[in-house]
Design a protein around this ligand. Sequence first.
Ligand SMILES: [Zn+2]
Length: 154
Amino acid sequence: MAKASKRVLPKVFVDRSAIHGEGLFAGESIRKGRRIIEYKGEKVPSGEGTTRSRDDEELTYIFTLNDKYDVDGSVNGNEARFANHCCDGNAWVDIIRNRIWFIAERSIAEGEEITFDYRLQGEELYECVCGAGNCRGYMNDADDELMKKVKTGH
Ligand SMILES: [Zn+2]
């Protein structure tokens, strides 16, 4: 009685990015609100993932799922892990039934890079060079404690 309602996802591909390294790109135009891709990877207890990849100077492929778990895109991950941060991203993240989905925040043209605001939290500030007009200068969440210090420090 399985309903054959397998969701058709838009085509995406990985290519060299103007922002950083490789990025995720739209292989077809994607309308606003459409699910783009699931961020796949190994589910690991919170915190474990960050220590795992700390030695890597690249930004990690750790994605916070909830209070208890992260998803490590470097293990059994998919193209979603290549999505770069942009302070003015064209996608946002929704957790649907404990799965991480990128959703189009606006219409995305074929060939356009798919980006989202990482909103990082934690002990470090990560500089941002996304080039957006409203770039915060950091990939950290605007409400992150560290960001507040940056703001008051000026
Ligand atoms: Zn930025």
